[in-house]
Design a protein around this ligand. Structure first.
Ligand SMILES: [Zn+2]
Length: 362
């Protein structure tokens, strides 16, 4: 860890953060058409004792609100009593997207493809630059919250560049069942942060426009696990029943248009050759079955019951066959009140899951 008592003081938006302070700040990044200054709300908690600096960000895509719910729960329901170090929260990075009901910025750019940004670039690059220079570069670790794209849901999964040792540690101690090893897209916050030597992970969980209770619980527990592992909070991290690191994911697509009947739910383990969904005609006649091409876990799926040729239906995290049976056994031993069992149940409540003979599977 690169923390040191001689490191420069934490200064955000020109304000020096002193030991023992908890405070709200406004990070300026632009102006409106009317010339009004624009800024992002930031909340900082600094322990009396120095230690790691961790940022927690959400809603970099303006329609992804689960992370906002996680930050709110962390701050107002279970406020962290830090033993050491500093926590920086940005519950809504893309304030424009949230206000305008869109993933994107007003200049139609994706903020999560514009890091590290530029002080003299487009509106979006200027916002990325403010976050990068004032927050990311001053931190030691980061957690960024996301949800699935519109009309899809994701089983809670951590995405991390597991070849970077600090990022791998962070991903593992967060304590999710599923970690997907990937660098992240060019220009994304997490890839840029890791390249700058700041280990950063994302949680991908749930749907857009929702704050889902079990996703919030997964996020809160994950953040607390990370802070405990870093010695910033008292207590021991809560490990999951099992943990998979998947190096590969595959989308299963339909070749025909029609109405979907799903046979799996988010987070379910599936064998190669097992039916994932059946495509029916609009009059209910069976057209085709979508078969799982690998052994894996359902990482994400469409929530849209109608599909056209090429439409993505299920995203599968590939599990090496040698690990599959062990994971099946561990999953079977999970209790009903296990957090991930509940998340699996919650995320499939609005999806009609039928068994292969047409009966209800829920
Ligand atoms: Zn996102």
């Amino acid at each position: 860890m690169k923390t040191s008592t001689r490191r420069p003081a934490l200064v955000i938006a020109g304000e020096r953060i002193r030991a023992g302070q908890s405070r709200e700040l406004e990070l300026p990044f632009g102006e409106s058409y009317l010339g009004t200054p624009q800024s992002i709300p930031v909340y900082v908690i600094a322990a009396r004792k120095s230690g790691p600096r961790v940022f927690i960000t959400s809603t970099i895509h303006g329609d992804e609100l689960n992370g906002l719910g996680i930050v709110r729960a962390l701050l107002y329901e279970k406020p962290p009593k830090l033993v050491k170090g500093t926590l920086i929260f940005i519950p809504v990075v893309n304030i424009h997207g949230l206000e305008r009901h869109t993933r994107y910025m007003p200049d139609r750019r994706d903020l999560n493809r514009c890091f590290p940004g530029s002080a003299t670039g487009s509106q979006t690059r200027r916002l990325a630059h403010a976050i990068y220079t004032e927050i990311i570069r001053q931190c030691d670790y980061g957690i960024d919250f996301h949800s699935a794209a519109v009309r899809r849901t994701n089983y809670p999964n951590v995405r991390a560049n597991t070849r970077d040792s600090g990022t791998r540690m962070l991903a593992k101690v967060f304590g999710g069942e599923l970690i997907v090893n990937s660098n992240g897209p060019d220009g994304s916050l997490r890839r840029t942060a890791v390249d700058a030597g700041v280990p950063t992970i994302i949680l991908e969980a749930g749907e857009v426009w929702k704050i889902e209770p079990s996703v919030v619980e997964v996020g809160v527990r994950g953040c607390q696990n990370v802070l405990r592992a870093l010695g910033m909070l008292e207590g021991r991290p809560q490990p999951p029943s099992f943990q998979i690191i998947a190096d590969k994911t595959v989308w299963v697509r339909s070749d025909q248009g029609g109405i979907l009947g799903f046979h799996v739910r988010p987070g379910q383990l599936v064998r190669q050759g097992e039916g994932l969904a059946t495509v029916y005609s609009i009059f209910g006649q069976e057209q085709t079955s979508l078969i799982c091409p690998v052994d894996g876990m359902v990482l994400g799926m469409t929530t849209m019951p109608a599909v056209s040729p090429g439409g993505p239906v299920c995203n599968i995290a590939v599990i090496p066959p040698k690990n599959y049976d062990r994971i099946v056994m561990k999953m079977a031993k999970r209790s009903e009140d296990n957090l991930y069992s509940r998340a699996q149940e919650d995320l499939s409540t609005s999806i009609a899951v039928q068994d292969i003979n047409g009966g209800s599977n829920s």
